[in-house]
Design a protein. Structure first.
Ligand SMILES: [Zn+2]
Length: 141
């Protein structure tokens, strides 16, 4: 199976959606602040992300990131933990559209799907809100 990344059009759409800001902005001094690329929240190698159409390369599985952070969150355990808390990096089995993502641009938690971004209204970075799975009525996290 060939695993491909985001298309240039998707990358541009992610950068626009996320206000051009790196999702790890503010976590360490080396972050460029401005995003350069689209990050896979659930790594491509982790397989399918949803049985409801959210693909590995779908917009719901993407967030804007800078080159520096994109490398560091794979190698620095402390930053990796922050990335997991912010919804920037997910665990296998997570459904990206149901895990809140911290948006430095909106300064609040958001829900991103393949087709939309929803402001969740929670501005406390320390408290990631739970997203209700509207199909099952259960809390997704
Ligand atoms: Zn960064």
């Amino acid at each position: 199976m060939t695993v491909t990344g985001f298309t240039p059009e998707q990358r541009d759409a992610v950068l626009l959606r996320d206000g051009g800001m790196c999702a790890m902005r503010g976590t360490h001094d080396q972050c460029r602040g401005r995003a350069d690329d689209a990050n896979h929240r659930l790594n491509r190698g982790a397989g399918g992300t949803s049985d409801r159409g959210t693909g590995k390369n779908g917009m719901g599985n993407a967030c804007a990131i800078c080159f520096v952070c994109n490398g560091l969150i794979e190698s620095d355990p402390e930053l990796a933990a922050i990335a997991r808390h912010r919804g920037v990096k997910l665990e296998q089995g997570d459904r990206p559209e149901l895990v809140a993502l911290w948006s430095p641009f909106f300064r609040q938690w958001v829900q991103v799907t393949d087709h939309a971004l929803y402001l969740l209204g929670e501005t406390d970075l320390t408290a990631r809100p739970e997203i209700l799975d509207t199909e099952t009525g259960e809390i997704a996290l």
